[in-house]
Design a binder for this molecule. Structure first.
Ligand SMILES: Nc1ncnc2c1ncn2[C@@H]1O[C@H](COP(=O)(O)OP(=O)(O)OP(=O)(O)O)[C@@H](O)[C@H]1O
Length: 265
């Protein structure tokens, strides 16, 4: 068993927007060759955490360590292109500041979308758009791939295909992957490590067999908790309607504020 290579380490990250304490003492380590999935309710701070990882915002307090010269590829949640603005896939890929056609072909081939090079971005299906966005992120030959809800706007079959694709890209390239997902059920087979975030790290661990911890029902509702039943965890506290930890249970800092990946090495 080889030692996992750290790509990014976040220590005691806090983010406050005005009076809103969006991230509370979050610790997170991302490894090479490991897929980490962030789940959590709307407004839990998932995108904020991703923005810290990408260096787009600075934490109010806490330390961020990145492997020197780390190459990060980012696939945003959505692409907003005005329909009146003509844009081919090729032109879109060029916005990643890569000019070589061979590299574009290579990235598109990796996502099985080589045939789309000269197509208009406006004519792509949901799944094709996501593949092209993924190809753009791959153009940087990233050591860490960050995907914000990568299957958004894709039908169910396409979602399974995309998750399979992400898994095979990780295998092929050995990069680390951090993704946000709401598709709890689907993502479970495509991830090594799950982090449940609700402003703090509620729990983290490997996706595994059935768990019926009632505290997930508080957090995700019954349906979400059933999806999460595939994920084994130790969630030893409850939340109020704002996601805050209820006082008569241990404070989050005292149990599992740390989210270290547990990958096969
Ligand atoms: N720049 C900002 N200024 C003020 N508040 C912000 C800012 N960015 C995010 N927030 C607030 O922080 C909270 C967390 O937002 P964030 O987008 O990180 O949540 P999320 O878990 O990604 O949510 P969703 O699942 O709905 O995308 C929200 O209440 C949001 O309104």
């Amino acid at each position: 068993m080889s030692h996992p290579v750290d790509l990014i380490r976040l220590d005691n990250i806090n983010v406050e927007f005005g009076h809103s304490h969006v991230l509370q003492d979050v610790n997170l380590t991302l490894h090479k060759d490991c897929i980490t999935t962030l789940i959590g309710p709307n407004g839990a701070g998932k995108t904020t955490l991703v923005r810290i990882v990408l260096g787009l915002i600075k934490p109010t307090s806490g330390q961020v360590w990145l492997q020197p010269n780390l190459r990060v590829g980012y696939m945003p949640q959505k692409l907003h292109i005005d329909r009146t603005f003509p844009l081919t896939v090729k032109r879109f890929l060029q916005t990643a500041r890569v000019k070589e056609l061979s590299k574009m072909h290579g990235a598109l081939k990796d996502v099985s979308a080589e045939h789309l090079l000269e197509h208009s971005m406006h004519d792509l299906s949901g799944g094709e758009t996501q593949r092209v966005m993924l190809a753009r992120a791959l153009l940087r030959e990233p050591e860490l791939l960050v995907l914000d809800e990568p299957v958004q706007g894709v039908d169910i079959n396409g979602q399974v295909e995309l998750y399979n694709l992400i898994t095979s890209i990780r295998k092929q390239r050995g990069c680390g992957v951090l993704m946000i997902s709401h598709d709890l059920h689907l993502v479970m087979s495509s991830t090594d490590h799950v982090i449940c975030l609700n402003h703090h790290v509620c729990c983290s661990g490997r996706p595994e067999h059935v768990s019926t911890d009632p505290s997930f029902i508080d957090l995700f509702g019954k349906q979400g908790a059933e999806s999460l039943a595939l994920y084994s965890h130790h969630h030893n506290h409850n939340h109020d309607t704002h996601g805050d930890v209820i006082a008569d249970h241990p404070h989050p800092n005292e149990h599992s504020a740390t989210a270290h990946s547990e990958c096969n090495h």
